[in-house]
Design a protein around this ligand. Structure first.
Ligand SMILES: Cc1cc2nc3c(=O)[nH]c(=O)nc-3n(C[C@H](O)[C@H](O)[C@H](O)COP(=O)(O)OP(=O)(O)OC[C@H]3O[C@@H](n4cnc5c(N)ncnc54)[C@H](O)[C@@H]3O)c2cc1C
Length: 564
């Protein structure tokens, strides 16, 4: 079993994944952080489960009985652990609140339907009783997509009914809808239920010689339904395509009935593509109970390459060359470029081997280089070799220096371990978070500079040491994504500190012509800026669609579509 098919337990409520797998930060890494002004604070472990404060259960016996009637008593939970486990996703503020005992976003009840019919019936019961519904996949949202506080705030917004109080909040956990329903090896399509987590998907496709090719960093915990609902992109999406490139059909349960879209033909001119309303709908329009996606032959071979480019600018020019001249058939499946700061940090954290690479670059005149990591996957070794040599010609042309391929292999080996480090840093009173955007090639450099500087000046308040680093993780013919990671000591009010940096960065993104999110979705955290991206009329269109499908406004209130 490889890293892509190996399942780990469902994530702990106060952090990421299975803590038994967490690689500790080395003494060298801590001293590197200290040298950048990010000092280790006192140990601050999460509170005990029993100490998490939960709101009283708002739903009465009658409502709980109605839910039991749909899914059976064994699949309705109101116990403390279940409520805490569904009290938020994995964003910094979600985790910070829970680690400090604030469970105010917990749902009243968690239900686990068995199939699409039960999901449909649940929505009808909840709509009749005005119970807010939060669809819950792997719970890895980093934009506040699965918290219940907006709904708990009391109001649900329905176009025909105005704002009214909701009776309570139900999390609909889709873990029991975990089957691969159909594989069409000729058309290379597969139909899945939404609750399969990343490794389940790959294990189910393996006997057919197929892969989904979708590997977000949250692969071990996130689900297929979550991917579709958030318009996710994986680490190999430059090659395999984003989830929105690959969805061909869905079944969506809504309070108005079931919407069945696509899946019949490779293309169509039958009016606007309604399927695109569901992809990225974040549980606000319905619950995805099935999705048909393009799948690819399982790779039999891989080739790896790592390069140092003279600067982030030179690296992005090289990536543009790959995207525009080399083109989709030959592009690497994984295509990443770290900026100078991220390269410096990664080499420092890699210890002795990092120092050797640093020296190698210096000797060749690369004082502040930018690291490129490339992986090609496929079934034909000769074709892979050809793809690699065409791409490497471009990198060499832009002043790059080739590093040993083991550097790219090391990236792949550690690619799912990163999220554990956040738990360790948070346990030492260090704020750490990521955010992402994308823009056209001409704006990439200025946007990189503007967002980095907005993050730095927001966090550096009071002379605090800050690390802000960035990489490109997806390239397109027209532009690329930017993914920022930032680290700083917590202030006296870390949630206010986080809100300030998030707001400063998103304002810089909007001003610089980037999208407010390249792959994390909107949730609650980006909702205030959705109007800047789609305009007031765009928001009205979304609201009208929601009112049509969800007239009582019970579906994931406050997520995706900002309140008026
Ligand atoms: C450490 C870490 C790394 C990450 N890396 C990436 C990455 O590389 N690429 C990327 O794209 N994202 C990444 N994410 C974000 C997150 O994993 C994705 O948004 C993912 O697609 C969410 O899947 P999920 O099953 O966990 O969904 P959840 O978090 O459970 O839900 C996300 C949203 O979708 C809704 N939803 C879930 N299931 C359904 C359904 N069946 N029907 C309707 N609505 C539904 C929820 O209500 C919520 O609004 C990362 C997150 C973490 C914590």
């Amino acid at each position: 079993m490889d890293e892509l098919t190996r399942s780990i337990p469902r994530s702990v409520w106060y952090g990421w994944g299975d803590p038994a797998e967490a690689p500790p930060l080395s003494a060298g890494a801590w001293s590197a952080l200290a040298s950048w002004g990010v000092a280790r604070g006192p140990q601050t472990p999460p509170v005990a489960l029993e100490a998490v404060e939960l709101p009283p259960i708002a739903l009465g016996d009658k409502e709980v009985a109605a839910l039991r009637e749909v899914v059976g008593s064994d699949h309705v939970h109101t116990d403390r652990r279940s409520r805490v486990e569904h009290a938020g996703g994995k964003s910094y503020p979600d985790l910070w609140r829970l680690r400090h005992g604030d469970g105010s976003e917990a749902p009243d009840v968690i239900v686990e339907p068995a199939d699409a019919a039960e999901v449909q019936r649940l929505l009808e019961v909840c709509a009749e009783r005005r119970i807010a519904v939060v669809p819950f996949g792997g719970g890895t949202s980093v934009v506040g997509g699965v918290g219940g506080v907006e709904a708990r705030g009391g109001a649900v917004e329905g176009g025909d009914t105005g704002e009214q109080r909701c009776a309570g909040v139900v999390a609909v956990d889709l873990r029991r809808l975990d089957q691969l329903l159909h594989v069409d090896p000729v058309a290379r399509l597969a139909t899945f239920q939404p609750g399969l987590r990343g490794p389940d998907i790959e294990r189910a496709l393996e006997p057919h010689g197929l892969t989904l090719g979708h590997f977000p960093q949250s692969h071990q915990e996130a689900t297929l339904g979550g991917y579709v609902a958030t318009r996710s992109a994986g680490q190999a999406s430059t090659g395999y395509g984003r989830i929105d490139d690959n969805v061909l059909g869905v079944r969506l349960a809504t309070p108005r009935g079931e919407l069945v879209l696509g899946g019949r033909s490779p293309a169509s001119a039958a009016g606007p593509r309604l399927l695109d309303l569901v992809v990225g709908s974040e549980g606000a329009l319905g619950i995805i109970t099935e999705a048909t996606l393009r799948v690819a032959p399982r790779p039999a071979a891989k080739r790896y390459a790592a390069w140092l480019l003279p600067s982030f600018h030179a690296g992005s020019e090289a990536l543009r060359g790959l995207a525009q001249e080399v083109g989709p058939g030959l592009l690497p499946d994984v295509c990443r470029l770290s900026d100078e700061e991220e390269t410096r940090v990664n080499l420092a954290l890699a210890g002795r081997s990092g120092a050797v690479l640093r020296r190698y670059g210096r000797v060749r005149g690369l004082e502040e280089p930018a690291l490129v990591v490339l992986v090609w996957e496929g079934t034909d070794s000769a074709a892979l070799k050809h793809r690699q040599s065409v791409c490497e010609r471009v990198l060499g042309r832009d002043g790059g220096r080739r590093l040993p391929a083991r550097v790219a292999r090391a990236w792949e080996k550690g690619r799912f371990a990163g999220p554990y480090l956040r738990d360790e840093l948070m346990g030492r009173r260090i704020l750490v978070d990521t955010l992402e955007t994308a823009t056209t090639w001409d704006r990439l450099g200025p946007l990189h500079a503007a967002v980095g500087s907005a993050i730095r000046s927001s966090l550096a308040d009071g002379g605090r040491g800050v690390v802000v680093m960035c990489h490109v993780s997806h390239v397109y013919a027209t532009g690329a994504s930017l993914y920022f990671t930032f680290v700083a000591g917590e202030s006296a009010d870390p949630l206010a500190q986080w809100r300030a940096v998030k707001s400063a960065a998103t304002e810089a993104i909007v001003a610089g012509g980037g999208t407010i999110t390249h792959h994390h979705g909107v949730g609650v955290d980006h909702a205030p800026w959705l109007g800047a991206e789609i305009g007031d009329l765009g928001l009205d269109v979304l609201r009208a669609i929601k009112t049509e499908l969800d007239p009582t406004g019970i579906l994931n209130p406050g997520k995706l579509i900002p309140r008026r």
